[in-house]
Design a protein around this ligand. Structure first.
Ligand SMILES: NC(=O)c1ccc[n+]([C@@H]2O[C@H](COP(=O)([O-])OP(=O)(O)OC[C@H]3O[C@@H](n4cnc5c(N)ncnc54)[C@H](O)[C@@H]3O)[C@@H](O)[C@H]2O)c1
Ligand SMILES: O=C(O)CC[C@@H](O)C(=O)O
Length: 530
């Protein structure tokens, strides 16, 4: 008999198939502390959660029989994926079941903001008939900026079209073709913050999206704009928002999510008449809760019974024999993907991976997943892993092409990752695993290099002129950035060249900007590797 613990409120109808299964016992125990969960988890084969239970490393470690953690929803930020993977615990989610519901909540928030509905309701039921304080605005002919054009963002854009809004969309994976299909104008974050009357965010919380809307962005916004966050707390900086409201820049804000949930009683949003809030209700409809629970229960049953399943967030389906051959290259592959993503700022249409030498003889499919994971992690953060990386690329219309060749230049193995970009340009990074030395990046674009892919790097493209290396060194020195290693690549004397510097600490955006202002420098980008 398999035992399933449901530790958050999850739709009864949704888990009915588990309850009905003859080989399963379902127990519901909600509101448990971490200690209580640690104490009881050893009895269970599966754990079903929503977003209230944080499934920590300690809980995973105590889950001696735990085979699967099912998340009835999208975000798995409350589940320690690494700990699960290390212990072979499969984590599954239900990414599609609450898309429409959350989109509708964001839309409801936008309409409530435009017409002051919560404020007017509160005043009316308090006995005051006030028709003067709540003059609203129409959505028609307004510009809506959508940051994050994935499942939910795309659905919001479709509905905004029907309301006669002009839509500006930004997503690192949004191509012209897809934007056109959705009736959205492809824009940069800067275009959006300068031109939108309404902004809604639909990205995960990653290092890149944390504070993507903050003081600098509020400073250039249209006076009287309105802003909505039904994605994750922290994507819009909470303090900067309050400040922008006080300065009269933002006319209203609607938040379903908070940096810390639930927010403290003295949270500045809770007594601000221009901010409307809901307690993380984006996914809370009967339909969505049934959808996600049905989806996740079905998969839990499959996993418990050792049947094929979908939507695993963390577990690679790799046969041990293939794993042994490929494992040494997984780290290199992921780093090549990460570097390719970080030296590129354009939408990617195709990823071409070439395996040469030794690697051409084996089934490299699992390794490709690592490369694509590295590439997408810049924008998806922890939401991408080797199980879902190919699926995520496909869902973003990014084609992944693999080719093989027996000759690997002067190396025994060579992995090349070429990004074919929206503009028609290409970016290429190649690397090898050198016996006794480890991972090496041996080519960036057309330039041969020899770089250990580790720590903080700065990638500079420049014109090969005397003195440029000194200027870069002096600028970094003046900013207290110590250079540990430097590689320069060029094809011809005086022509295009690149410099890759290994530095002892992360560099600020300001320093990168200063570097790009040096006369011979064309671009300077930070590459962060673990
Ligand atoms: N409020 C709720 O109850 C609720 C419910 C469901 C989902 N969510 C949250 O909503 C968000 C979106 O969910 P989804 O299902 O649409 O996810 P999704 O993965 O389909 O879409 C997210 C999109 O964000 C994009 N993105 C990543 N970094 C970006 C950046 N720097 N700038 C712009 N775009 C960037 C990704 O490319 C992706 O297309 C997630 O954070 C999810 O956890 C909240
Ligand atoms: O209500 C929930 O379970 C949270 C939903 C949402 O944030 C998700 O990530 O799916």
């Amino acid at each position: 008999m398999y035992k399933v613990l449901v530790s958050d409120p999850i739709s009864d109808l949704g888990i009915q198939q588990l309850v009905d299964a003859e080989d399963v016992v379902v127990e519901k125990k909600t509101g448990l502390s971490e200690e209580e969960l640690i104490r009881i988890i050893p009895e269970y084969d599966a754990l079903l959660v929503r977003s209230q239970t944080t499934v920590t490393e300690k809980i995973m470690a105590a889950g001696e029989r735990l085979k699967v953690v099912g998340r009835a929803g999208v975000g798995v930020d409350n589940i320690n994926l690494e700990a699960a993977t290390q212990r072979g615990i499969i984590v599954i989610n239900a990414p599609d079941g609450n898309t429409i519901t959350t989109c509708e909540h964001a839309f409801a928030m936008m309409m409530a903001l435009a017409r002051h509905i919560p404020q007017a309701y509160a005043k009316t039921i308090s006995g005051t008939w006030d028709r003067k304080s709540f003059l609203g605005v129409e959505l028609r002919n307004k510009t809506l900026g959508v940051l994050g054009m994935g499942r939910i963002g795309s659905e919001v854009a479709k509905r905004a079209k029907a309301f006669g809004m002009d839509i500006l969309g930004f997503d690192p994976f949004l191509t012209e073709e897809r934007a056109e299909k959705l009736g959205v104008k492809l824009a940069s974050v800067d275009d959006i913050v300068r031109n939108a009357d309404f902004i809604t965010v639909h990205t995960p919380l990653t290092p890149e999206t944390r504070g993507i809307i903050s003081t600098a962005q509020f400073a250039v916004m249209k006076k009287g704009m309105r802003i909505i966050n039904c994605a994750r707390g922290g994507v819009i900086d909470e303090n900067a928002l309050v400040e922008a409201i006080n300065q009269g820049i933002v006319a209203g804000a609607a938040f379903d999510v908070f940096e810390h949930e639930p927010p403290q009683a003295d949270h500045p949003f809770l007594n601000n008449p221009k901010i409307i809030v809901t307690p993380h209700l984006g996914a809370s409809t009967i339909e969505a809760q049934e959808n996600v629970a049905i989806d996740v229960s079905e998969q839990v049953l499959h996993i418990l019974r050792d049947e094929p399943f979908k939507n695993a967030v963390n577990m690679p389906p790799v046969a041990p024999s293939v794993m042994n051959k490929l494992q040494p290259y997984f780290g290199l592959g992921e780093k090549l993907g990460t570097i390719a993503a970080q030296i590129n700022n354009e939408a990617v249409k195709e990823i071409v991976v070439n395996y040469a030498g030794d690697l051409s003889e084996v089934d490299t499919q699992p390794l490709t997943r690592y490369i694509v994971k590295g590439l997408l992690s810049r924008h998806f953060g922890n939401d991408v892993n080797i199980v879902n990386s190919m699926h995520l690329a496909k869902a973003r219309d990014i084609n992944v092409v693999v080719s093989k060749s027996t000759a690997a230049q002067d190396f025994t193995n060579l992995i090349s990752v070429t990004l074919k970009l929206q503009s028609g340009e290409e970016q290429r990074v190649a690397g090898t695993l050198l016996s006794g030395y480890g991972d090496r990046v041996v080519q960036i674009n057309k330039f041969p290099v020899d770089i250990e892919p580790k720590g903080n790097l700065i990638y500079i493209s420049h014109n090969d002129k005397p003195g440029i290396i000194g200027k870069v060194g002096t600028l970094l020195g003046n900013n207290d950035v110590n250079i540990a290693a430097m590689q320069v690549g060029r094809k011809i004397v005086g022509g295009e060249a690149i410099m890759v510097l290994t530095v002892d600490k992360a560099v600020s955006k300001e320093v990168l900007e200063e570097l790009t202002k040096l006369p011979e420098v064309n671009a300077a980008q930070e590459i962060v590797l673990s």
